[in-house]
Design a protein around this ligand. Structure first.
Ligand code: NHW
Length: 400
C-alpha cells in the first residue's frame, strides 16, 4: 500500500554524522535546550568551495535542462526505471515529463540545481538530484531554503557512496547562492526527522487496486459490496466550485497564506509561486476554488498527479494516483471539500487518492474511507535545529 521504503533506523550513519543535521544522540529537548536556528557556524559565499566535488573516475557532472526534449526524456527514463519503489518492489513512482518541468522550474529556480551525473564515455545519465528555492516558516522563523528532491542513483551503481557526493555537490551549488538551509522528505530514517507523517489511501477504482495487489478485499467483503462502499457521486457537490484561474491568484494567495500561518512548518508563497504551483496543468496539477455569491473565494482544493509503474503486471501498466496538495476549507466543511476532491480525481481517471496525516487530515481521513498505508514519510531540515520535534498535525508543507 505504500511507496516509500519505510526502513528502520540504522546504528551508524557514516555520511550523515558528518553533516549539519540533528543527530539521534543530540540532547533531548528540555525547557532549557538550545534555541531553533542554524547548526553550522555562519558562512559567506566567499567561504564556499569554488570547484565541484570529485566524482569517481569515468563520471562527469551534468546540469540538466528539462526544457530540452532529449534531456527531460533522459531524466524521465532514469527516474522511471530507478526511482522510489515500495518495500515489496510492486510499484515504482512514474513522474511524467510535464510534472518534472513543472516541479523543477518554480519562480527563482536555478538551472544548475538540476544536477545529473553521466558516464563520461557514453554520456548515459546515471544519477540525479534537484533543488528549488522556497521560503519556509519553521516554528515562527522565516527561513530561505532549498527543497531537495529526485535524488536517484541507477540501480547498477547503488551502494558505492555516490549519493553523498551528489548531496555535497548540490549543497555547494546552493551555498554559492547564499542559501544555507534545506527541507526534504524521505521514506527512510535518517538523522533526524523533524516530523513523521503517515500516508493514507482512498480507493477510487477498488477493482483495479485489488487486482494489482495495491489493496486487498477486506474480510467478509465481496467485490460488489466493496465497489458500493467506495462509490462516489458523479459530480462535485459544493455550489460555486470551479477550476482556479489566473485572476484568482491574489485572493487565493491570501486565503492560503492565512491558513498556512497556523502551521509550524509551512511554506510562505508569493503570488508568483501560487500562480506557478497551483494553476491547473493537465495531468499534473488540479486546483479548484469555491466562489460565493459575492464573487469571494472561500475555499480551495488541489491535488497533483503522480502515477506509479506496476512492476511486472501483465494486465495493468500504471496505477494512476492523485496526491492531496494544498486545501483550505474556510466556508465549506473540510470533509465536503475533500469529497469533491475525490470526485474530481475519480472523474479524471485516478485509481487512488493519497493523503498524509498532516494539516487537519486526521480528523477526516477515516470518515472519507481512507485506509492507512504501510509506510511513513519523514520530514527533514538541513542545517536547522528545532528545539522540539513536530507532530504531523503541525505540518503544513507538501513536497512533490
Ligand atoms: S527521497 C527519495 C530518494 N530516492 C530514492 O529512494 C530512489 C531509489 N533509491 C536510490 O536511488 C526524496 C538510491 O538508493 C539513493 C541512495 C540515491 C537514495 N536521502 O550512494 P550510497 C529525495 O530525493 C544515505 C538522503 O552508497 P545508494 C530527498 C544513506 O543513509 N540520504 O547509497 C533527498 C547513506 O548515508 P549514511 C540517503 O543506495 C534528500 C548514503 O546515502 C537517502 O546507492 C537528500 C549511502 O549512499 C535519502 N533518501 O543511493 C539530502 N537514502 O550516513 C538533502 C540513502 O547512512 C540534504 N541515503 O552512511 C540537503 C542538501 C542541500 C543543502 C543546502 C543548504
Amino acid at each position: 500500500l505504500e511507496r516509500q521504503p519505510s526502513g528502520e533506523r540504522k546504528k551508524t550513519y557514516a555520511f550523515w554524522e558528518t553533516q549539519p543535521v540533528a543527530q539521534f544522540n543530540d540532547s533531548v529537548s528540555t525547557s532549557g535546550s538550545a534555541e531553533d536556528g542554524p547548526i553550522d557556524a555562519p558562512k559567506t559565499v566567499a567561504d564556499v568551495r569554488q570547484e565541484p566535488y570529485n566524482l569517481p573516475e569515468s563520471f562527469v557532472w551534468s546540469t540538466c535542462d528539462v526544457n530540452d526534449t532529449k534531456t527531460v526524456e533522459e531524466v524521465y527514463q532514469l527516474l522511471t526505471m530507478n526511482y522510489v519503489e515500495d518495500d515489496e518492489a510492486m510499484f515504482r513512482f512514474n513522474y511524467s515529463q510535464e510534472f518534472l518541468q513543472w516541479a523543477l522550474q518554480p519562480p527563482g529556480y536555478q538551472a544548475n540545481w538540476v544536477l545529473g551525473v553521466r558516464v563520461s564515455s557514453s554520456g548515459k545519465l546515471v544519477a540525479f538530484i534537484t533543488g528549488v528555492p522556497a521560503t519556509v516558516r519553521v516554528r515562527g522563523k522565516e527561513v530561505s531554503m532549498v527543497e531537495i528532491n529526485f535524488l536517484c542513483v541507477h540501480k547498477k551503481l547503488r551502494a558505492k557512496r555516490l549519493a553523498p557526493v551528489l548531496i555535497k555537490e548540490i549543497t555547494r551549488r546552493v551555498n554559492l547562492r547564499g542559501i544555507w538551509q534545506a527541507a526534504y522528505t524521505a521514506g527512510v530514517v535518517l538523522p533526524k526527522p523533524v516530523a513523521t507523517a503517515q500516508y493514507w489511501h482512498r480507493s477510487l477504482n477498488p477493482k483495479k487496486l485489488i487486482s494489482v495487489g495495491f489493496s486487498r478485499l477486506a474480510p467478509r467483503m465481496t467485490l460488489a459490496r466493496t465497489l458500493k462502499l467506495y462509490k462516489l457521486p458523479d459530480q462535485p457537490q459544493t455550489p460555486g466550485l470551479r477550476p482556479l484561474t489566473a485572476q484568482d491568484v491574489p485572493q487565493v494567495t491570501q486565503l492560503l497564506s492565512q491558513y498556512l500561518s497556523t502551521y509550524e512548518l509551512a511554506p510562505i508563497f508569493t503570488e508568483e509561486e501560487v500562480l506557478h504551483y497551483l494553476m491547473p496543468v493537465e495531468g499534473v496539477i488540479d486546483t479548484h476554488v469555491v466562489e460565493d455569491a459575492d464573487g469571494k473565494l472561500t475555499d480551495m482544493l488541489s491535488f497533483y498527479t503522480l502515477p506509479s509503474t506496476i512492476i511486472g503486471n501483465p494486465t495493468y501498466k500504471t496505477l494512476k494516483a492523485a496526491f492531496m496538495y494544498y486545501t483550505v476549507a474556510k466556508a465549506t466543511p473540510l470533509q465536503q471539500l475533500m469529497t469533491d476532491a475525490l470526485i474530481l480525481a475519480a472523474k479524471k481517471g485516478h485509481d487512488v487518492f493519497n493523503a498524509l496525516d498532516i494539516f487537519e487530515n486526521d480528523k477526516i481521513l477515516k470518515d472519507l474511507k481512507f485506509g492507512i498505508g504501510d509506510g511513513r514519510l519523514r520530514y527533514y531540515l538541513y542545517n536547522w535545529r528545532v528545539a522540539q520535534e513536530l507532530k504531523a498535525s503541525q505540518i503544513g508543507l507538501v513536497l512533490l
